[in-house]
Each structure stands twice: as C-alpha cells, then as structure tokens.
Write a protein that binds this ligand. Structure first.
Ligand SMILES: Nc1nc2c(c(=O)[nH]1)N[C@H]1C(S)=C(S)[C@@H](COP(=O)(O)O)O[C@H]1N2
Ligand SMILES: [Mo]
Length: 412
C-alpha cells in the first residue's frame, strides 16, 4: 500500500462525524486519472453518475445517499486486480445503517438451538479462534442491472458493484461448533446492527442452511486488504460467504440464531429470487412463475482496458486486451475472446491464480489489425464447466447478469 492510501483522517473522527458532516470536506486524494472528472458517463440510458467522496473512500459513483449506495467506476478494475478498500462499492438496504460503532463494545451473539449461547467481542474472536486469510470476490446480485433489456426497476447499477480483496477472519464453522449446534437445527438466521427506519420496514435479516454455514470458507471477517473493514463495508465484522452473492455477506454482524425451521423473512423469501426455469429467466408478461433464491455467483468475465464506444490507437500495430474473470469458486478454466462479434474466438492467456474465489486476470495481444470498428467480447469457462451465455435471460429483479458483454471500439 503506497503513501496516498494512508487515510488523512483518523477512524475516530470519521465515526464521530458521521457520513453527512464529512462529505463536503476534501479529505481524500485523487490518485487515479479517472477521478479528475466529477461526472462519469456510463454506456446506458441515464447512466451519468456523480463521483462523490465518502469517508475512507475514493470518490465513487453515487447511486443513492440515504442509504449510502456507491458504485466503483469501471475503469478501476483495470488498475489493480485487488480492489483497494477505498474503491470498494457500498450498498445498504435500509437508511438507518450504522455510522458509528465502538469496536470494543460491539459483540456477536450466537443463540437459538445451541448448547451454549455465546457473546463474543472482536477480541474474543481474534483470541479464541484460528484466523484465516483468503482472496474473495464480492458481487451485488444487481450488478449490471441497468443493462437489463427491457429495463427493470431497482438501483440502476452498471458493472461497478463488484470487488476482489483479501479478507482475514475466523471460520463461522469454528464459532458454531464452539456454541454447539443442537439437534434438528436447519438454518442460521443472522443480522447486523442496521435498524429498520420505520416499524413497518422489515429488518435486513438473512439465513443460510446449516450445511452451507458449516463450509470451511465462510468467515467472520474483520480485515479487508490487511486493514480493519471500512465503516461502510461492515466495520467491525462482516460475514464473508465466498462464491455467494453479496446479500449473504452481512455487514456489522451482531447476531446469529440457530433455528429449526426455514426463515421466511422479507429479505430471505421475497427479494433475491430468480425464476425457477432452466435459464432462470422469464418474460415481462409472465411474472407469475415459481422463484428460487439466488445463491451462488454465475461465471463472468470482463474486458477491463476498453469501454464501449472508445476510439483507440494501436500500440505498434498490436491490440492489447486485458480483463478479469470469476465464478463461484471452481476457478476459471479458460477465457476466449472475439474481436468480430462472436464469429471467431481466440484463447486468452490466464494470469496469476490468487485463489479460486478471486478475480482471475487474463490478457491477449492481437497483431496486424487494420483500422475500423471491432466488436470485442470475452467469454469465460469455469472449471465446473459453466460457460457464460451469449444472450441474457431476463428476470424482473435484474439479478445475476452474466451474459458475454460487448465492447465496441474503433481503431483509428
Ligand atoms: N448489514 C447489512 N449488510 C449487508 C447489506 C445491508 O443492507 N446491511 N446489504 C447486502 C448487499 S445486497 C450487498 S450488495 C453488500 C454490499 O457490501 P459492501 O457495501 O461492502 O459493498 O452488503 C450486503 N450486506
Ligand atoms: Mo446487493
């Protein structure tokens, strides 16, 4: 981490000041060229976003202010495989999310069908369980929603609601085993310290079945990229569910209850579901279909060094393409690239593997190109055999987009 990554304010001042009072001060540096502008144009209708600085964050694309909802400018993904903490997107459902948590007072309660209920401080977690670090991809279920066709309601997200970073924490399984899961337990139901703003608003509560919850890679994490979690990304602890969509990754985790039934709360049963059809799609005139919860990430890939509509010059006659790919944890087997809109495909060279739950970088250099328009596409295949589709199935939530994205560029 270089010098300009050092926060120019103390954690204490952020927490005390709250988000609203510090937003107007220019505390943040602008180390990246993309941030020289105040507006970012994205390639979909009504895609212009303001870049807004928040505490512990570079200026990010504003989606909403209350709750705070920010996206990472896409150009960022070309600058480093690991997303710096300051660049990681932010999303909340409810306006009353915490702005101030004392890490010495915050506790995690484990209760319900357990032989020994626990109340653990951050210190207890660090002291009593074995810490694990791994690289993971966090992706919002609605990442790319604004590209849905026909358009759908909900936060109009480009593809900046994803990130890859390292996390450090302890295994959820170790903590659950310490509490002792009782007979007949079916799920864990868990929440953070966010409070619903109105009595009629459902709290943000999620659940996972016990079998999944006991998987080794699920962590209760306190560190991101070697530093405490930024406030807006879940300080002081969040659940990390590698390979699963972000709604499972509870921020400010405060309570886990072991239950003997299936939790049917609003945020578990009503949202984050997709049609129970083979491609998980339907049509706008057929919304009355059975739904299944969205769980694991779908395989995706992106070209990161060109955005749609750009006019570019070749580098010594060469076109150099760079990008990333990820899936739900089987790892990336191949990325194939087309420059002619999908007629011909060329294998890209996969870069360093930093973990099967992380972004996998890839590159491809194509030489001897003439001037003109190129239709670029990247298509990833996971080790599981899952391949990105060439056409996107549609669902009313705009969830789980993973179609091969098209990037048109003109060589001049
Ligand atoms: N406590 C809490 N955790 C939460 C949410 C929330 O609203 N409250 N939103 C979830 C969703 S839908 C997303 S996309 C991710 C966003 O994580 P980030 O803000 O660290 O990017 O947090 C998840 N965990
Ligand atoms: Mo999300």
């Amino acid at each position: 981490m270089n010098a300009d990554e050092t926060p120019t304010f103390s954690r204490r001042s952020i927490l005390k000041g709250g988000v609203a009072s510090v937003i107007s001060t220019s505390l943040l540096s602008f180390p990246y060229k993309a941030f020289a502008t105040k507006l970012v144009e994205q390639d979909f209708e009504n895609g212009t976003r303001e870049l807004i600085p928040y505490p512990q964050k570079y200026p990010l694309l504003r989606i909403t202010t209350r709750p705070v909802h920010l996206e990472t400018p896409f150009s960022y993904f070309d600058q480093s495989l690991i997303t710096p903490n300051k660049a990681v997107f932010v999303r909340y459902h409810l306006a009353n999310h915490p702005l101030n948590i004392d890490p010495n007072k915050h506790t995690l309660t484990i209760k319900g069908n357990v032989s020994k209920a626990l109340q653990l401080s951050l210190r207890d977690l660090k002291k009593r369980f074995k810490p694990i670090s791994m690289n993971v991809v966090l992706q919002c279920a609605g990442n790319g929603r604004a590209l849905s066709s026909p358009r759908v309601a909900g936060a109009q997200l480009g593809n900046g609601s994803m990130a890859c970073f390292s996390v450090t924490g302890v295994r959820l399984a170790d903590v659950l085993k310490e509490a002792g899961i009782g007979e007949g337990a079916k799920e864990i139901k868990y929440r953070g310290t966010d409070e619903p703003p109105l009595p009629v608003t459902p709290a943000y509560i999620r659940s996972l079945n016990i079998e999944t919850a006991l998987q080794n890679e699920i962590l209760i994490a306190w560190e991101m990229n070697g530093e405490p979690l930024p406030m807006l990304n879940g300080f002081p602890i969040r659940l990390v569910v590698p390979g699963y969509f972000a709604p499972y990754w509870m921020k400010h985790l405060s309570e886990i209850e072991v239950i003997n039934n299936e939790f049917d709360g609003w945020f578990a049963k009503e949202v984050y579901t997709v049609p129970d059809t083979p491609d998980h799609g339907t049509t706008p005139d057929n919304l009355d279909v059975n739904k299944v919860p969205l769980t694991k990430l779908y395989v995706r890939s992106f070209i990161t060094n060109f955005e749609n509509g750009k006019r570019i010059k070749l580098n010594k006659g060469n076109l150099v393409l760079r990008g990333i790919a990820f899936d739900s944890g089987s790892g990336i087997r191949a990325v194939d690239v087309s420059i002619d809109g999908g007629k011909n495909w060329i294998s890209a060279k996969l870069g360093k593997d930093i973990g099967s739950f992380a972004f996998r970088p890839w590159t491809l250099t194509i030489s001897g190109l003439a001037n003109g328009t190129l239709t670029l596409m990247a298509r990833a295949t996971a080790n599981s055999g899952e391949v990105q589709p060439l056409t996107q199935s549609w669902n009313s939530g705009g969830y789980a987009r993973n179609v091969v994205e098209v990037v048109n560029i003109t060589v001049i």
